[in-house]
Design a protein around this ligand. Structure first.
Ligand code: AHN
Ligand code: ZN
Length: 326
């Protein structure tokens, strides 16, 4: 019995010697690195984020050119004005796949607008005018809880957080319009981000990198490292996946690769030259490619998980506050 007690005491002694904050005797390999400041990361609220998706869905479909689209644009602008230092709504008209002209509102909320060190966080806020992956009512608009609502909600919650716990870093939250009015050619998608990439809201706008969110709210989502992101911005993929794993969300962020896709980040990379990745539920081996209810009337609140939203939001929190501490 005494032997066991002695053994236990030795164990406790050894463990207590491994103090991670022990600076009196640092290992030789870390002596040249500057000490990492201890950061108090705010906790990201997945439930509040889910409520922000519900709020968008309650407007009805956010199809460009409809009254519900305009109503939601006004709400997004007003909501972001409560947190951001400056909100710019970039207004124009764009021509969709069938030649029809529709109004476009890109909504851009800036924190620390005078800081030249900036990062860009974005998502599309419009929803698809048709349900072309469904078996019924294929010509009616979808609710777009995940495809449209989820990325926006995460960014609205991030905006609230940046107001509560400010950073010195410049952060731009950009909500793209007319992403999902495409049919056929890839260039018929992402009209809002294409417009911005050719007509920045600020002359000579630059950001170190960008992170796009698309379909980030479904239950059991897995985010693979998507090919376009790897082709243009591998260092951002590495940074974000590392942050996810260090935040405890390795089960959501897989190191496996997925084929390149067309999304807003492609045009931001190719036209604006800002290295940008897409966090998106995409797997070319799955039957639908995207989440199972993609472009159907089942893209509704039932598919949304506050846990998935939390995994994505908390990962962004780590990226933002680490970047600010650099
Ligand atoms: C295409 O379907 C060409 N790209 C996927 C982009 C997308 C659609 N994101 C949301 N809906
Ligand atoms: Zn879509």
């Amino acid at each position: 019995m005494k032997k066991y007690l002695l053994f236990l005491l030795i164990c406790v002694g050894l463990i207590s010697c491994q103090d991670p904050n022990n600076t009196s005797n640092p290992p030789a390999t870390t002596t040249t690195q500057k000490p990492m400041p201890k950061i108090d990361y705010p906790s990201f609220d997945g439930e509040a984020t889910k409520a922000l998706i519900q709020k968008q869905v309650d407007f009805g479909p956010r199809v460009p050119g409809t009254p519900t689209h305009k109503a939601c644009a006004d709400w997004l602008e007003a909501t972001l004005k409560q947190s951001a230092d400056k909100v710019i709504v970039q207004k124009s008209e764009v021509t969709v796949y069938n030649g029809k002209q529709v109004p476009m509102y890109n909504i851009i909320a800036s924190f620390n607008p005078d800081n030249k060190e900036r990062i860009m966080l974005s998502a599309h806020w419009d929803t698809r005018p048709f349900a072309d992956q469904d078996v019924e009512r294929v010509n009616e608009p979808i609710e777009g809880a995940n495809d449209g609502g989820s990325g926006v909600a995460v960014l609205l919650e991030i905006a609230k957080m940046l107001k509560q716990k400010p950073v010195k870093l410049g952060v731009d939250i950009m909500l793209w319009d007319v992403e999902d009015y495409g049919k056929g050619a890839a260039e018929t998608y992402c009209l809002g981000s294409q417009y911005w990439s050719k007509n920045k809201h600020i002359f000579n706008y630059r950001a170190k990198y960008g992170i796009l969110l698309d379909m980030v709210g479904a239950k059991n989502a897995i985010f693979y490292q998507e090919g376009t992101s790897l082709n243009y911005a591998k260092f951002v993929v590495d940074k974000v996946w590392k942050a996810a794993h260090e935040s405890g969300y390795r089960s959501y962020f897989s190191f496996d690769k997925a084929d390149p896709i067309t999304d807003d980040h492609l045009f931001i990379n190719a036209l604006a030259g800002i290295p940008t990745i897409d966090i998106i539920q995409y797997d070319q081996h799955s039957p639908e490619g995207f989440f199972p209810q993609w472009h159907t009337h089942e893209d509704n609140m039932e598919q949304i998980s506050s846990k998935t939203l939390k995994a994505v939001g908390q990962t962004l929190v780590k990226v933002i506050y680490d970047e600010d501490a650099r």
